[in-house]
Every structure is written in structure tokens, then in C-alpha cells.
Design a protein around this ligand. Structure first.
Ligand code: HEM
Length: 206
């Protein structure tokens, strides 16, 4: 069966190829636990899920929302039903689960490095300011707020907007506004978050 014929097949084939490259070029993943390679594997999975999350966040804000606004004002045009019925539910599925996976892998990296508490205390827990923990901590807090927005504000309200749950016209109108603002806030916060994420690993301490 051609793995490229399905999304899961393509993803699994990608991980198999990655594993073969690891085995061919190194002493295999088993020795990675507790090691620097372990850090690299966790961050690899973190950035993979982070690309899906932020990629879909930017798709919703830069493409889908403006497109649906145009469709709504385009008299005699095709309308946005195709997007809201076939595209949005699928995008929201990958969006919310990749958000959770990004948070869990980020937290796993901090636990693996013994920096979880330091990071969430913004490096202010010791006698001296821990610059690395402050840098990654700012990103971790922004990512945590963004995860909250996804699962508590955006997803439940989008279900009302897309008619996946019962809601009155007033409820749908306020749900549309809440989900829109929360999504725009996440877009805004994603920029300093990425500065902190990349900066922490490349010696740019705030
Ligand atoms: C929108 C969400 C997020 C995205 C897109 C994201 C993306 C990234 C990227 C691109 C890196 C840099 C990889 C590198 O240059 O080596 C990174 C590193 C990291 N991220 Fe995130 N991240 C997100 C959320 C989080 C959260 C919520 C946490 C913690 C709970 C976290 C913890 C970390 C840690 C610990 C590192 C490694 C820093 C280091 O190299 O020492 N991230 N992340």
C-alpha cells in the first residue's frame, strides 16, 4: 500500500525514514535517553508539533478569516459553506491536538533538563537570575496562555460557530467574537514566543 495515499501513512513513513537515518548515522535512539541526543529528539518532536500548531494559527488568521469575510460580502458568489463544512473542522482537529503535543513536548524538554520549575518561575527562583530559564520561561508562559486560549476559548466557541453544537443566534454572534479575539491574541503572542524559543537554544538571553 502506498503510504503517500494517506496522511497518517505519510507521517509514519516520515518517522520511519528518520529512524533509519538515526540508525545509519548514529548509535541508535536507545542511547538517547538522558543524553543530549535525548534533548534533540524531544525538541525535534516539539518543533514538528509547533509547526503544525502555528502553521494552522497563521492559516486561520491570514487566510481563512479574511476569505470568509470576503465570501460573506460577495453577493452572488460561492459563499463560505465549503470552508466551514469541510476545511475548518479538519483544521481545528490538527490545530488543537498539535497545540497540546507542542506544550507536552516543551514541558518534557524542561523536565528532561531539570529546568521546568526554574522556567515557570522565570529564572527568578534562585539567588541570581537564571537568564536561560527567564528566556525560555517567557516563551513557556506565552505558550501556556496560548494553549488555554485554544482549548477553553477558541475550540468550544468554534463548535458553536460551525454548528457542531446547538446555539442561539446571539450565542453564535458572541462565540464568533470570542474565538476571533482569542485567535488574534495567539497570533500576536506567537511572535515573542518564537523569539524566546529560538533565543533560549542559541544563547540570546533576554
Ligand atoms: C506555540 C507554541 C510553541 C512553538 C511554536 C515552539 C517552538 C519552539 C522552537 C522553534 C524551538 C527552538 C528549537 C531550537 O532552536 O533548538 C523551541 C524550543 C523550546 N521550546 Fe518551544 N515552542 C512552543 C511552545 C513551548 C512551550 C509551551 C514550552 C514549555 C512548556 C516550550 C518549551 C521549549 C523548550 C524548553 C525549548 C528548548 C530551548 C533550548 O534549546 O534550550 N515551547 N520551541
Amino acid at each position: 500500500m502506498n503510504p503517500l495515499k494517506s496522511v497518517p501513512g505519510t507521517i509514519i513513513a516520515g518517522f520511519v525514514l528518520a529512524l533509519l537515518i538515526l540508525l545509519a548515522t548514529g548509535d541508535g535512539p536507545i542511547t538517547a535517553i538522558g543524553s543530549a541526543k535525548g534533548n534533540a529528539i524531544i525538541i525535534w518532536l516539539h518543533v514538528f508539533s509547533g509547526i503544525i500548531w502555528i502553521g494552522l494559527l497563521y492559516y486561520f488568521n491570514f487566510v481563512q478569516a479574511p476569505a470568509l469575510a470576503d465570501a460573506a460580502t460577495d453577493d452572488g458568489g460561492p459563499g463560505g459553506a465549503g470552508i466551514t463544512k469541510y476545511v475548518a473542522p479538519r483544521a481545528l482537529f490538527w490545530f488543537r491536538w498539535s497545540a497540546l503535543a507542542t506544550w507536552l513536548t516543551g514541558a518534557a524538554f524542561l523536565l528532561h533538563r531539570g529546568e521546568f520549575a526554574n522556567a515557570f518561575m522565570l529564572g527568578l527562583g534562585g539567588d541570581n537570575v537564571n537568564a536561560y530559564a527567564m528566556t525560555i520561561g517567557i516563551g513557556a508562559w506565552l505558550g501556556t496562555i496560548m494553549l488555554f486560549n485554544v482549548w477553553v476559548l477558541i475550540w468550544p466557541n468554534q463548535k458553536k460557530v460551525l454548528g457542531m453544537v446547538e446555539a442561539s443566534a446571539d450565542e453564535i454572534a458572541s462565540a464568533k467574537n470570542t474565538a476571533f479575539i482569542a485567535s488574534r491574541l495567539n497570533t500576536l503572542m506567537s511572535i515573542p514566543l518564537l523569539m524566546s524559543m529560538v533565543g533560549a537554544g542559541h544563547g540570546f538571553f533576554m
